[in-house]
Design a protein around this ligand. Structure first.
Ligand code: CUO
Length: 705
């Protein structure tokens, strides 16, 4: 019998396939029919109508009940009608409400499966009937969430949808090579971001970032784990939406500074043209249909497209209502109650940032007043995605901003999210600074911090690497040799692994459980000037966060860069998972948490590029009291070592009680220990905080590990 892991891989392989099941095995669709009969049994439907519709669905001869009349103009209702409403080969967008409803219908249906075998049967029934991206989203959603399936791994989305990562011209080249290759030849095609545009466009300097397979996969996976409108009430979901996206912007700006670009500017005036265009050169869902592209200097417009149907003035109205809430200090819920916005609350009461983010993103089931505060973030994505053909007069597909797995390729993504982040930052500035007491841990002294890489102290090295993916898992290159691997070799930024070396003294006579927080930021801005606390505040990127038990006296903490709490090492190809046997102990923590932990920042993008002549960065290390940071987890919840900072923990509370982004999420105290606070380094007056200058040098050479 095939292993369950193998069955999952089969479900996800080549999503464009049509139904291949033999006729005699057909309706297992009794389940679909049953689900649909429930729909038909809604009040107001007569029993005869239900019976009639049911017989149509099951394919038996229709026997007319006496007195029953067929209404000719009504086509028979289809099972999973919502899920089938999004055409194959077109964009499936989680930012569109009707698409979310379609996805929910299919996810709910698949969630009924009580075993992998049953899921496989249900998947086979639906194969070829629904949009390919929706299909993969729903299978992945279910495998991630069903407790009995959590030991199963999802292969990289890069192999399921190669067309999301390499242009159609490269795919045709691969097809050509595959067809003319001999059976013992392996076709390997290289692709790097240098092909996507030219250096005549300054934004192209960060194409390696925009087009990185790991960053785009992470974003797809994050939104799979934290979907909007799915009734997913994850702890601090809104706050994590704010924080994870803010951190991506901090990292992006570090790379922009590395290549001599200014930090990203927010896109907040929607009445002037967007200066930078974007031409994706990709196809949708492996279907051959192309994404919409945007010329330079395109003006955002109202859209009457069925997926969008919104106006620029909607955004403006929601914006002003949200701004008013921030500056009044409260949101107004749908019953007219004023709900105070404050981050100084005791759980389970929600922080202001959580409430605000739920309203801005927006999740209609979590927003306190969806009809009033609207859907600012989601509709913004869609209006930008529709900008090239707002009324569908040209029948062009939406642009990449409509899809979580491709949006980060477009430079406008960062400008849009900078605008969204600016809303959150305006709120954060209304919050009181952290007090000296909240910041300090007087019994602990961080004596020094350093990083070590290849026997060099405080010097980190970046360069290029490649990774091979089998595009033939997602696409058929040669019908005669469907199992022959066709490889795409993707070029990406990388760095040599390094180790943090932290000297800490615990002056108490007892051991002390602490949280170690490590951040990194550029030392200088684009003008080459040192930054004050407020300017540098938004550039601090979290590098790691972990608990440590300090013994009394001196402690020497060594921590590898590969253990980072933001990164995900569990990024597998189909081949990796075929080789890897099923775990023996299905309830072992690493197995039950696996899929959720599959969310996370790519390890190879942990460091910014830096400059060839070396670029100065600062490390910031803060040690806080775990007793104050910890949250009471529900029974049975286990800690997850992978990517908890960005992705939380499955079925458990976010593993840090402090506001996300602490201590940089608020303005600083004006005075600390009787002196002014100007720069971040002024915080090192506290014994539990230390900083260190480091250099990142970009070698432009191959990094092999
Ligand atoms: Cu992740 Cu706008 O939320 O892209």
């Amino acid at each position: 019998m095939e292993s369950e892991q193998k069955q999952v891989l089969n479900m996800l392989q080549r999503p464009f396939r049509l139904q291949t099941r033999k006729q005699e095995k057909q309706p297992r669709s009794s389940r679909i029919v049953a689900a649909h009969v429930n729909l038909l049994s809604a009040p107001g439907r007569s029993e005869s109508e239900v019976r009639l519709n049911t017989t149509i669905l099951t394919g038996h001869p229709i026997v007319f009940d006496e007195g029953t009349r067929v209404v000719e103009s009504q086509p028979p209702p289809q099972p999973l009608a919502l899920a089938r409403s999004i055409p194959r080969g077109t964009v499936f967008s989680i930012f569109v409400k009707s698409h979310r409803l379609a996805a929910k219908e299919l996810c709910d249906y698949f969630m009924e499966a009580s075993s992998v075998k049953e899921l496989e049967e249900m998947v086979e029934e639906v194969q070829g009937l629904v949009n390919e991206k929706l299909f993969i989203f729903a299978i992945s959603f279910v495998i991630t969430r069903k407790p009995e399936m959590r030991h199963l791994r999802l292969p990289s989305i890069v192999e399921i949808f190669p067309s999301m990562f390499v242009p159609v011209t490269t795919l045709s080249e691969m097809e050509h090579e595959a067809k003319k290759s001999t059976p013992d030849q392996i076709v390997v095609t290289k692709y790097g971001p240098e092909f996507s545009s030219t250096h005549l466009k300054p934004e192209h300097r960060v194409a390696y970032w925009h087009e990185d397979y790991g960053i785009n996969s992470h974003h797809w996976h994050w939104h799979l784990v934290y979907p909007v409108d799915f009734g997913v009430k994850k702890d601090r979901k809104g706050e994590l939406f704010f924080y994870m996206h803010q951190q991506m912007l901090a990292r992006y700006d570090m790379d922009r500074l590395s290549v001599g670009l200014n930090r990203v500017q927010k896109l907040s005036n929607w009445r002037i043209p967007i200066p930078d265009g974007y031409f994706p050169k990709l196809t949708i869902n492996n279907s051959g249909q192309t994404w919409g592209s945007r010329q330079d200097n395109t003006l955002m417009q109202d859209s009457s497209r069925v997926e969008v149907r919104s106006k620029v003035s909607d955004l403006e109205q929601w914006h002003s209502r949200i701004m008013e809430a921030i500056h009044q200090g409260y949101l107004v819920d749908d019953k007219g109650n004023q709900i105070k916005l404050t981050d100084t609350v005791k759980p389970p009461e929600k922080r202001g940032i959580d409430l605000l983010s739920d309203a801005v993103e927006a999740d209609s089931s979590l927003s306190l007043n969806y009809s009033f505060y609207g859907s600012l973030h989601n509709v913004g994505h869609m209006l930008i995605a529709a900008v090239h053909d707002p009324d569908y007069f040209h029948q062009e597909n939406l642009g990449v901003m409509s899809e979580t797995g491709t949006a980060m390729r477009d430079p406008v993504f960062y400008r849009w999210h900078k605008y969204i982040d600016d809303i959150f930052q305006q709120y954060k500035l209304t919050q009181p600074p952290y007090t000296a007491e909240e910041l300090s841990l007087s019994s602990v002294e961080v004596v020094s911090v350093a990083v070590e890489c290849q026997s060099q102290k405080n010097q980190l090295i970046t360069g290029w690497s490649t990774r091979d993916f089998e595009a033939s898992r997602g696409l058929d290159f040669d019908n005669n040799k469907p199992d022959k691997p066709v490889i795409m070799q993707l070029k990406h930024l990388n760095h040599h692994p390094f180790v943090y070396n932290i000297e800490v003294i615990n002056s108490s006579s007892l051991p002390k459980e602490v949280t170690v927080r490590i951040f990194m930021a550029p030392k200088l801005n684009e003008k080459g000037a040192e930054m004050n606390f407020m300017e540098q505040r938004l550039l601090w990127a979290e590098m790691d966060r972990f608990t440590h038990n300090l013994k009394p006296g001196p402690n020497h903490i060594l921590r590898s860069s590969t253990s980072s709490s933001i990164t995900n090492l569990n990024d597998f190809t189909f081949r990796d998972l075929e080789k890897q046997p099923n775990p023996d102990n299905l309830v072992a923590p690493e197995n039950t948490l696996f899929n959720f932990c599959g969310c996370g920042w790519p390890q190879h993008m942990l460091l910014p590029r830096g400059k060839q002549e070396g670029m100065s960065f600062e490390l910031f290390v803060m040690v806080t009291d775990w007793n104050q940071d910890k949250v009471a987890q529900p029974d049975g919840a286990r800690s997850c070592s992978a990517a908890a900072s960005f992705c939380g923990i499955l079925d458990a509370l976010y593993p840090d009680g402090r506001p996300m982004g602490f201590p940089f999420d608020r303005r600083p105290l004006p005075m600390l220990l009787n002196r002014h606070v100007e720069r971040t380094s002024d915080l090192t007056r506290l014994s539990n905080i230390a900083m260190q200058d480091i250099t990142i040098t970009f070698t432009n050479a191959k990094i092999t590990q």
